[in-house]
Design a protein. Structure first.
Length: 248
């Protein structure tokens, strides 16, 4: 279980998170929605330990990790896989080597074991034919899939997704959404997904949490969010130009 309790974070003198409270249960997919710049990615960075809260607590599997030093948090990060918005592949490595990198850095597997593990993830994400290609030689959707393969190569308990469908066409976005659901079903992982893509959110979420002005203002099932009476939530999910978000 992942819990954020009253998490605050300021950057550059600006308060970004103003008391985020969120509970993510084991095995579920929680989608965090909200406007650009509202703190969604900052929330993920606090979870993974790239940023530390100014106030509040982050609890992972019952352990308060908020004040862990870098060495202790590096052990916590083994529980996580992260799919960055761009895929964040290393340009001078082919797809296979990008996916194998965490195994070579964090395990003592021999080359045959590494190859077998990479083959397993390549097959799971339909990337076997792309194993020797460079990131510049494949599509944006394939780079996202390769990034996801690398994110799950260490068999994490929790996967964090930062705008997984950003920059993709509708067909490729649907494929990525199906992969997210497949990871939950096949691997039994817990997922936290940051997105402003409501079609994606409705497709993959067990629950949806809306972040607005640094706080979670509502969290519920897809239907609860779709039928919310909160005017801020309604304006966002319906994409309305008039309402409390825009002040019009």
């Amino acid at each position: 279980m992942l819990v954020l309790e009253n998490v605050h974070k300021s950057l550059g003198g600006k308060e970004i998170l103003r008391g985020v409270n969120l509970e993510v249960r084991d095995g579920e997919t929680v989608v965090i929605i909200g406007q650009s710049g509202t703190g969604k990615s900052v929330t993920l960075k606090n979870i993974i330990g790239l940023l530390k809260p100014d106030k509040g607590r982050i609890i992972i599997d019952g352990t308060d990790v908020t004040d862990f030093n870098e060495k202790k948090y590096s052990e916590v990060r083994r529980k996580f896989g992260v799919l960055f918005q761009s895929g964040a592949l290393i340009n001078w490595m082919n797809i296979e080597d990008n996916i194998a990198l965490p195994l070579r850095e964090h395990t003592r597997m021999n080359p045959d074991q590494v190859r077998a593990k990479v083959d397993e993830k390549l097959a799971l994400l339909n990337l076997l034919d792309a194993r020797h290609k460079m990131p510049s030689e494949v599509s944006g959707g394939m780079r996202k899939r390769a990034g996801l393969a690398r994110a799950i190569i260490l068999d994490p308990k929790i996967i964090l997704y930062d705008e997984p469908t950003s920059g993709l066409d509708p067909v490729m976005s649907s494929q990525i959404n199906e992969l997210i659901m497949r990871m939950q079903k096949v691997l039994g992982v817990t997922s936290v997904v940051v997105t402003h893509d409501m079609e994606s959110a409705y497709m993959i979420a067990d629950r949806i949490a809306m972040l607005f002005e640094g706080r979670i203002i509502e969290c519920g099932t897809r239907e609860e969010i779709r039928n919310s009476s909160n005017p801020i939530v309604r304006q966002f999910v319906e994409g309305l130009t008039s309402g409390p978000i825009t002040g019009a």
